[in-house]
Design a protein around this ligand. Structure first.
Ligand code: NI
Length: 425
């Protein structure tokens, strides 16, 4: 009850401050309606001209030209193809950042949209189709629309808005290098917001305070034994038996070491490679696996346990093991206080029953790097026509589909979160 009362009090404060400033919810709604045809046109154009990560040259040029046309200070070529626009409001205040990712995927589009992509690119040495199969085209268009809306309210805006258009969310990652390039400084960002389209019902938003999306790390365990004849095992050290013991013991990490009261986790070995015939015990074996976690401390602990189990088992058996990591994105963690404070803004825009708490999501997001630096909130925007939720294609599918009725919801959400955050002091 206390949290509800607190949230309502903050909502009132934010709305009052915004209303006093002239950047009212009604003004945002009007400006959104005005810019909507442009948002749809941008989205279709970008959808038809998708670009893979770090190759978003055309997209970032369109973004930069638009931000400049709004009279913003614009930085281009940030961490490759990233673009940052800085909108200084007419009154002093805090700094809020809004982020969109710009990259497409090596997927050949299978739908029949009139603005379907027929782009091709080289990927892993092979020609492939390119498609905005994760909907980042809509993220770019909605943030461009929010920039238009907020630029119109500039004189009344108490603070600064940074528009961050990042490359390569699908890999190798654009958020971390943009942070290294100083995107959160000068002026220092106080909070950051971002959204992702997802096959929830259009007109709905799904959020979660605290952990939302998983970390995703890959490990390789190289086991060294000693080759011998399969009929004379005592003459060597069997890396397959060591590997089997390691695989089994790794399963004890989730069942015995992870604090499940805090967050779940997964440890999977997806590859076990060793030997080539029945009567030869080989020198080496290789295990490759993935770790998904929803808590950054648990993530570190799992990593340490995997290393301990692998090296100690191998040593005890007379062999050795080397563990190497390909660390992916950290856990996407929404700042609980910021989330609690801003959810009423989304509830006001979407209406009763349309903003709900969602489950943990096993995919990863490099928005998480921004959230390690400043309080951040990331949420899912529903883009699936009502009644099709069960059958809708998932993100990354060649049939991924976005109902454009979601676009004004996203524009209003981003613009309103910025205004209410700044107005709330
Ligand atoms: Ni995505």
């Amino acid at each position: 009850m206390r949290s509800t009362a607190l949230a309502m009090a903050l909502l009132t404060t934010a709305s009052t401050a915004a209303a006093a400033s002239g950047a009212t919810p009604a003004a945002i709604e009007r400006a959104t309606a005005d810019v909507l045809p442009q948002v749809v046109a941008w989205r279709r154009d970008i959808h038809q001209h998708p670009e893979l990560g770090l190759q978003e040259v055309r997209t970032s040029r369109i973004v930069a030209e638009h931000l400049r046309s709004l009279g913003m200070e614009v930085q281009t070529g940030v961490a490759g193809t990233g673009v940052v626009g800085i909108l200084k409001g007419g009154r002093p205040g805090k700094v809020v950042a809004l982020r969109a990712d710009m990259d497409a995927l090596p997927v050949t589009e299978q739908g029949d949209l009139p603005f379907k992509s027929v782009q091709k690119a080289m990927w892993n040495g092979q020609e492939t189709g390119v498609m905005h199969a994760c909907g980042h085209d809509t993220h770019v268009a909605m943030l461009m629309g929010a920039a238009t809306v907020l630029a119109q309210l500039r004189a009344e805006l108490p603070g600064t808005v940074k528009f961050i258009f990042q490359p390569a969310e699908e890999g190798p990652g654009g958020a971390e290098p943009m942070i290294a390039a100083g995107v959160l400084r000068d002026p220092q960002v106080d909070a950051i917001f971002g959204l992702h389209v997802f096959p929830y019902t259009v007109g709905h938003v799904v959020y979660r305070a605290g952990p939302l999306m998983a970390s995703a790390d890959e490990f390789t365990i190289e086991i060294t034994g000693k080759q011998t004849h399969g009929a004379v095992p005592w003459g060597g050290v069997d890396p397959i038996v060591i590997g089997a013991q390691i695989v089994t013991s790794l399963q004890s990490i989730v069942s015995r070491n992870v604090n499940i009261a805090k967050a779940p986790a997964v440890v999977t070995v997806g590859k076990f490679a060793a030997g080539n015939r029945s009567n030869i015990i080989p020198d080496k074996a290789e295990l490759v696996g993935t770790v998904r976690a929803f808590d950054n401390e648990e993530r570190a602990r799992i990593r340490a346990r995997i290393e301990g189990i692998a090296t100690e088992y191998a040593r005890t058996a007379g062999g050795s093991a080397k563990v190497t990591w390909d660390l992916g994105y950290p856990v996407t963690v929404n700042d609980p206080a910021l989330t609690e404070r801003m959810v009423p803004t989304l509830q006001r825009i979407l209406g009763p029953g349309k903003v709900s708490v969602g489950p943990l999501t096993g995919t990863a997001e490099d928005f998480s790097y921004f959230q390690q630096q400043v309080p951040g909130m990331f949420f899912f925007l529903g883009v699936t026509p009502p009644g099709q939720e069960e059958t809708a294609a998932q993100n990354h599918s060649p049939l991924f589909f976005v109902d454009e009725a979601a676009l004004p919801v996203g524009v209003r959400s981003l613009a309103s979160l910025a205004v209410d955050f700044l107005g709330g002091g």
